[in-house]
Design a protein. Structure first.
Length: 405
C-alpha cells in the first residue's frame, strides 16, 4: 500500500502531525518503535503536561537560543493560542497555572496523548506500534521506509523520532541516522535542560526546597555569566528553571556563586544581623538569623557550610563570623562536578542542522518530500511549555505544506 505520508515516531510531533494529517484528509501511517505512543509526552510536566505558555508568541524566539530565527515561522503558523483553541475545541480544556504555564485542566498528560491518538485514527490514518524505522530510501518521487518487519511506501516522509534525551521513552537518536541517510548533517547532540551535580554537596538536607536566587558563574576565575530565577535544591545538587534553562552554558569546574537573597545587598543584610544581635542576643543563630523566604533547614545547611556552629547564641557572633554569614548568604560558592547526561536531560541540543531545512515549510533542502519536526531538529527551548509547542507547531507547519502540494 502506498500512503500520502509516513510519519516516523508517535511522540508529540508525530501525533500532532497525524492529527493534522487526518483533518487534511491525508492517507498516512505512523511508525512507532515502542509498544505505545507518546511515552515522553506522558512524562512531560511531571505527568501533568505543560503544553505551552501564555506569553505573547512574539516574545518567544529568544527562548530557543541560536535557533530563534528558525522557530519563528512555525510558531507563528501554529501559535500558543491556536494550540489552546485546538485542544479546547477537541474537548480538552486548558488553563494557565498562574505563572504562564498552560496545562490541561485535568492535569493529566494521558488525556493529551489519548486525544491526539484518537484524532490520528479518526480519518485515513493508522499507527503501527513496535515498528522501528531503520532506513529511508527515495527512488524518483517515492519514499520507502524499511523497518525490522517490512517496508512502507509514501510520497512524503516526516521524521519525528525525537532527539536523544530520556532514551527510555524511545528517542535514542534514530532521527539523526535516518536524516543522515538522506544527506543531512547532524549538529553533535548534547544534553540540555539538565540538573547540575555538586560533589560533595552540603545541602542534601534541603532537597526539595525551591526558591528564587541570583547566580553568578565564574570560569577560571573570570565572571562569565549571571542568571536569576527559581532554583530547586536536589539530593545531589541543583535543578529548577534557573539551572535547567542555563545548563547548556555550564561546564564541569564552573563556580556557581549563589545569592540566596536576590536584591539584598551586604549593607542591608549586615544591618539586619546587627539589629538581631542587639534585640535577640540570647537566641541561637538559626532563630536569630531567620530570614523571610529561607527555610530553617537551608539556613542550617548554609551555616554549616560557613562553619558556623548552630548552637552559638547571636551575641557570640564575632565580627569575622558575621562576615562569614554575609558571604554564605550572598555569595555561596559551589563547584559544578558534572551535568546530567542524556538520561536526565529533558531535551537534546543539537540534531538535524537547521541550515538544511526550510523554516517556512519544515521540508528538507537536501531531499524534496522529506520533512523533519520536533526535537529531531537542532532546536531546544527553555522550560515552560516551549519545547512541546515547537514540536506541535513544526509538525503543523510540515503537514500544512505537504497537504497543499
Ligand atoms: C521528563 C520530561 C519532562 C518534560 N516536560 C515538558 C513539559 O512539561 N513541557 C514541554 O514543553 N516540554 C517538556 N519536555 C520536552 C518535550 O517532552 C519534548 O521536547 C517533546 O516531547 C519532543 O517531541 P518529539 O515528538 O520531537 O520527540 P519524542 O516525544 O521523543 O517522540 C519521538 C518518538 O519517536 C519514536 N521513535 C524513535 N526512534 C524511532 C524509530 N527508529 N522508528 C519509529 N519510532 C521511533 C520514539 O519512541 C518516540 O515515541 C519534557 C521532557 C522530559 C524528558
Amino acid at each position: 500500500m502506498e500512503y500520502d505520508l509516513i510519519i516516523i515516531g508517535a511522540g508529540a510531533a508525530g501525533l500532532f502531525a497525524g492529527a493534522r494529517a487526518s483533518a487534511a484528509g491525508l492517507g498516512f501511517c505512523i511508525l512507532e518503535s515502542r509498544k505505545q505512543s507518546g511515552l515522553k509526552l506522558l512524562a512531560s510536566g511531571s505527568g501533568q503536561c505543560n503544553l505551552t505558555n501564555a506569553l505573547d508568541i512574539h516574545s518567544w524566539p529568544p527562548r530557543y537560543g541560536k535557533a530563534h530565527r528558525f522557530v519563528k515561522p512555525a510558531l507563528l503558523e501554529w501559535t500558543n493560542e491556536d494550540l489552546v483553541s485546538f485542544f479546547e475545541q477537541a474537548g480538552l480544556p486548558c488553563e494557565d497555572r498562574g505563572d504562564g504555564k498552560i496545562f490541561p485542566v485535568s492535569r493529566n498528560s494521558r488525556d493529551v496523548r489519548d486525544l491526539l491518538q484518537k484524532l490520528c485514527l479518526q480519518g485515513r490514518g493508522r499507527i503501527f506500534w513496535k515498528e522501528t524505522a531503520r532506513s529511508i530510501e527515495k527512488k524518483g518521487s517515492l519514499f520507502t521506509v524499511h523497518t525490522d518487519k517490512g517496508t512502507y511506501s509514501a510520497s512524503h516522509v516526516l521524521i519525528a523520532a525525537g532527539g536523544k534525551s530520556y532514551p527510555s521513552t524511545g528517542s535514542s537518536g534514530d532521527s539523526y541516522t535516518l536524516a543522515a541517510g538522506l544527506g543531512h548533517s547532524i549538529v553533535t547532540p548534547v544534553p540540555a535542560l539538565t540538573p547540575v551535580f555538586i560533589s560533595p554537596f552540603p545541602l542534601t538536607g534541603s532537597s526539595g526546597t525551591a526558591l528564587p536566587v541570583d547566580i553568578t558563574v565564574f570560569r577560571e576565575h573570570r565572571k562569565v555569566n549571571r542568571f536569576e530565577g527559581d532554583l530547586l535544591i536536589t539530593h545531589k545538587g541543583f535543578s529548577g528553571p534557573v539551572i535547567l534553562n542555563n545548563s547548556r552554558d555550564l561546564i564541569p569546574g564552573d563556580e556557581l556563586h549563589i545569592s540566596w537573597l536576590p536584591g539584598m545587598n551586604r549593607e542591608d543584610l549586615d544591618s539586619f544581623v546587627l539589629q538581631n544581635i542587639r534585640e535577640s542576643g540570647k537566641k541561637s543563630l538559626p532563630s536569630g538569623l531567620a530570614l523571610k523566604g529561607i527555610p530553617d533547614t537551608l539556613l542550617r545547611g548554609l551555616l554549616k557550610k560557613a562553619e558556623l556552629d548552630c548552637e552559638l547564641k547571636m551575641n557570640q557572633l564575632s565580627r569575622n563570623m558575621r562576615q562569614d554569614f554575609l558571604k554564605v548568604m550572598l555569595d555561596s560558592c559551589f563547584t559544578v562536578g558534572s551535568l546530567g547526561g542524556f538520561n536526565q536531560a529533558m531535551v537534546t541540543a543539537g540534531g538535524v542542522s537547521l541550515k538544511e531545512v526550510n523554516a517556512r515549510t519544515m521540508e528538507s533542502k537536501k531531499c524534496g518530500g522529506l520533512y523533519i519536526a520536533g526535537e529531531a531538529l537542532d532546536v531546544d527551548g527553555e522550560t515552560g511549555g516551549y519545547n512541546l509547542q515547537f514540536a506541535f507547531s513544526s509538525a503543523a507547519l510540515a503537514v500544512k505544506n505537504m497537504a497543499a502540494r
